[in-house]
Design a binder for this molecule. Structure first.
Ligand SMILES: [Zn+2]
Ligand SMILES: [Zn+2]
Ligand SMILES: [Zn+2]
Length: 110
């Protein structure tokens, strides 16, 4: 028996790829969601049409951060089922622009 390679303190096994059963179950869920994501979000091959309504947009199509091209009506994330979690991005940007760090930097300059 060896320790779980996830360092959780439990013991792992060969049949669970050196993870304990708990970590292996979590890993399994992660792998499954990844598969589901690629299934849910196929690659847009025809970028001359809106991904949402299939309207022909030609060169006037607008590409969203999620990677798909949309017509002017569906260009905004709230107008299509955008897979980009803007709330999540906003939160990480808040952490990046942490005001405490900024004030510390300013103090150093003084
Ligand atoms: Zn574990
Ligand atoms: Zn559209
Ligand atoms: Zn989008």
């Amino acid at each position: 028996m060896s320790k779980c390679i996830n360092n959780c303190g439990f013991f792992g096994g060969l049949e669970t790829r050196n993870y304990c059963s708990k970590c292996f179950a979590e890993l399994d869920i992660n792998l499954r969601t990844e598969d589901e994501l690629t299934e849910k979000y196929p690659v847009q091959t025809n970028t001359e049409r809106c991904w949402d309504c299939n309207k022909k947009v030609g060169l006037t199509g607008l590409k969203c951060s999620c990677g798909y091209v949309f017509c002017s009506k569906h260009r905004f994330p709230e107008n299509h089922k955008c897979r980009i979690d803007y709330k999540e991005i906003g939160r990480s940007q808040l952490i990046k622009n942490n005001p405490i760090i900024t004030s510390e930097k300013l103090r150093k300059i003084e």
